[in-house]
Design a protein around this ligand. Structure first.
Ligand code: AMP
Ligand code: MN
Ligand code: MN
Ligand code: MN
Length: 281
């Protein structure tokens, strides 16, 4: 089984890289990509002894970008995690994450909610995310759950919303390509784009040097998956699959919980890409 999108505690996942790999292996995954938000620290934290026989660990990342005033996530797979251009971009993204967390912290203080800074200082992450801040708000009794923390507090219409000044799609694709990786548009139906805008996004992405599209992922309706597979064929892109795993508690996003690619785009599967076949046995 293949899963090309997952998070560890170096971004907003719950597990250490070692526990993530162990869980993936127990669930029968033999090709796993770790794709933390704006961080490749998990890859440096893994040693050969952590990887069970028969499992291939694929170095990845998920970069937050801004396109048409929306946050679009670009996954990079098979990246050289030591590439200077990639590292420099990730450092800048991490700084933006810290600035945004400070800004939200100030807004919370003004509303009488203190302690975010201390809470975040205790987290093992390298890339701080709104997911951590949502956990803080839930722990302090200001939201009943993640969904509410985002809709009431942290999302675009939330009371404590703060804009992040992410890099552009072409910056993210350029850094991934510089690191010899494959750039993938993550979870395309989560951006609430109509068909025309989605096609425009994907066209600009491929013109910038992007190669692939997530066609199958957690919680995606089969009809939507078919539409994405059609677009993938039409725009001559490679097809990726990934759960976007963050925590075992979100059972519908568990590792490997993804449908097979539709038959008509099987020949575009990422595992047929030369970068994959040259790297992964
Ligand atoms: P950030 O990368 O800091 O913008 O934080 C976004 C992260 O928060 C995403 O990667 C998700 O893991 C999580 N997230 C975003 N929106 C929601 C939501 N409505 N409910 C639960 N988690 C969310
Ligand atoms: Mn996340
Ligand atoms: Mn994402
Ligand atoms: Mn993700």
């Amino acid at each position: 089984m293949i899963d090309l999108h997952s998070h560890t505690w170096f971004s907003d996942g719950l597990l250490s890289p070692q526990d993530l790999i162990k869980r993936a292996s127990e669930l029968g995954i033999n090709h796993l990509a770790i794709t933390d938000h704006d961080s490749v620290a998990a890859h440096a934290a893994v040693s050969a002894a952590d990887i069970p026989a028969g499992m291939r660990l694929i170095p990845g990342v998920e970069i937050s970008t801004l396109w048409d005033n929306r946050e679009i996530h670009i996954v990079g797979l098979f990246i050289d995690t030591a590439d200077p251009a990639l590292i420099s971009l990730l450092q800048s993204q991490q700084a933006k994450r810290r600035e945004r967390a400070l800004d939200i912290g100030m807004k919370l203080e003004k509303a009488g909610i203190s302690g975010l800074k201390d809470y975040l200082a205790e987290q093992p992450c390298e890339a701080v995310s709104r997911n951590h801040i949502a956990d803080f708000l839930i722990a302090r009794g200001h939201a009943s759950g993640k969904q509410q923390a985002f809709s009431k507090h942290l999302g675009k219409r939330g009371r404590y919303h703060s804009n992040a000044h992410w890099c552009s799609i072409s910056d993210a694709v350029a850094a991934i390509n510089s690191a010899n990786g494959i750039a993938v548009v993550a979870h395309p139906d989560r951006y609430k784009l109509n068909r025309i805008k989605l096609r425009r996004l994907l066209t600009e992405f491929t013109e910038a040097g992007g190669a692939a599209l997530e066609v199958s992922y957690s919680n995606l309706h089969p009809d939507k998956m078919k539409n994405l597979a059609d677009l993938c064929c039409e725009l001559n892109m490679w097809a990726s699959i990934g759960s976007d795993f963050h925590t075992p508690h979100t059972t519908w996003m568990d590792l490997g919980r993804v449908r097979k690619l539709p038959a008509h785009c099987e020949d575009r599967a990422l595992w047929l890409h030369p970068r994959w076949t040259n790297t992964v046995e």
